[in-house]
Design a protein around this ligand. Structure first.
Ligand SMILES: NC(=O)c1ccc[n+]([C@@H]2O[C@H](COP(=O)([O-])OP(=O)(O)OC[C@H]3O[C@@H](n4cnc5c(N)ncnc54)[C@H](OP(=O)(O)O)[C@@H]3O)[C@@H](O)[C@H]2O)c1
Length: 314
């Protein structure tokens, strides 16, 4: 396992980290038993994964994770969790709710500190209220030792340009220890501004959902490429209609998914790439592929030329 420094947190984090959200939610979505979930988490740690991400919004993930980690010394892993300033779709910047959420997270996770506490997906228009009304709560929790560092994760589904992270690192770079963003083959735009700013201000970067839904599904991927051709985002003859990215499978790259995780880990400013897999076999494959976090350089360049200017949720 490769380890990279997570910006000014100085945490030395594994390049592959484990996510308990996404489509799988630590196997909650696929009916995994607690024994299977424990096996997945323990296997990740055995592989050298030392960072696990969760959120109050991921169903029972926090409490399941807490149970899976029981008995493992706390100094063997780092935990990140999140709180969304939202009730349903409505933005509700309630400091007391944030305070209560962190206390609940600590309890569910069975720990007395959270390594990285994120604001979960505030929109750009909400950023000012997050800073003025909510940030002081996490600052106080950091001073109390319950939170080690403070982060912002982007609402990439609603805002594929991830503008909120650009605003945060432009207006208040000293406030943010970590940003969680989405950077991948089909979502490169964030790199244009955010990675440059994060590097300038020594802000750690966690990369989420780099593969997600469309890259692992040939039917969805073909439909997306067709849509982008029809919309003029890529040239009609730029890629084949069938298996449009299979040319990435070459040398030691065994699948498009593997290419996706490698591409996601290429920028040195990305400290870790989350995988949301619920399969031990896939976890092994993802850990193996990030032992060499690079694509053939001509492939990487071609992906950047093809998709680098596209700002869409994919
Ligand atoms: N802050 C936020 O708003 C936010 C948003 C999204 C995600 N996240 C975090 O980022 C984590 C990762 O995101 P994610 O779960 O969407 O995405 P991901 O790791 O990009 O994709 C996971 C999907 O890819 C499949 N997959 C993974 N490795 C595979 C392999 N080797 N072969 C075949 N299929 C494979 C998984 O299925 P299998 O289970 O079958 O392997 C799953 O369906 C989340 O769990 C969460 O912690 C945060």
């Amino acid at each position: 396992m490769i380890y990279r420094r997570l910006g000014r947190t100085d945490l030395n984090v594994s390049l592959l980290s484990l996510g308990t959200g996404g489509a799988r939610r630590l196997g909650q979505a696929t009916g995994m038993t607690l024994i299977d979930q424990q096996a997945l988490v323990h296997h990740a740690i055995d592989l050298g994964v030392n960072l696990i991400d969760t959120a109050e919004q991921y169903g029972e993930s926090e409490s399941i994770l807490g149970r899976c980690l029981r008995g493992i010394p706390r100094n063997q892993y780092f935990l990140s969790t999140k709180w969304a300033p939202r009730i349903g779709e409505a933005f509700v910047p309630d400091p007391a709710a944030l305070q209560a959420s962190v206390e609940r997270s600590l309890k569910r996770l069975g720990t007395d500190y959270i390594d990285i506490m994120f604001f979960h997906g505030p929109r750009a228009a909400e950023y000012g209220a997050v800073v003025d009304q909510l940030y002081p709560v996490l600052d106080a929790l950091r001073n109390a030792g319950k939170v080690r560092s403070v982060g912002l994760s982007t609402p990439f589904v609603y805002d594929p340009a991830q503008e909120v992270a650009r605003i945060a690192l432009t207006e208040n770079p000293a406030m943010w220890d970590v940003v969680m963003l989405k950077y991948g083959i089909l979502n490169q735009h964030a790199a244009n501004h955010i990675l440059t700013l994060a590097d300038r201000y020594d802000v750690g970067v966690m990369n989420m959902a780099a593969v997600r839904i469309k890259l692992p599904d040939p039917v969805l991927l073909e439909a997306l490429i067709r849509e982008w051709k029809e919309g003029g985002l890529i040239a009609r003859d730029a890629l084949p209609d069938k298996n449009p990215l299979d040319w990435l499978i070459q040398g030691d790259v065994e699948s498009v998914i593997e290419a996706g995780y490698r591409f996601a880990a290429e920028p040195p400013g990305i400290a870790t790439v989350l995988t949301g897999t619920s399969s031990i076999e896939h976890l092994n494959a993802n850990a193996r592929c990030l032992e060499n976090p690079k694509l053939i350089s001509a492939h990487s360049s071609r992906l950047k030329a093809l998709f680098g200017g596209i700002v869409e949720y994919a």
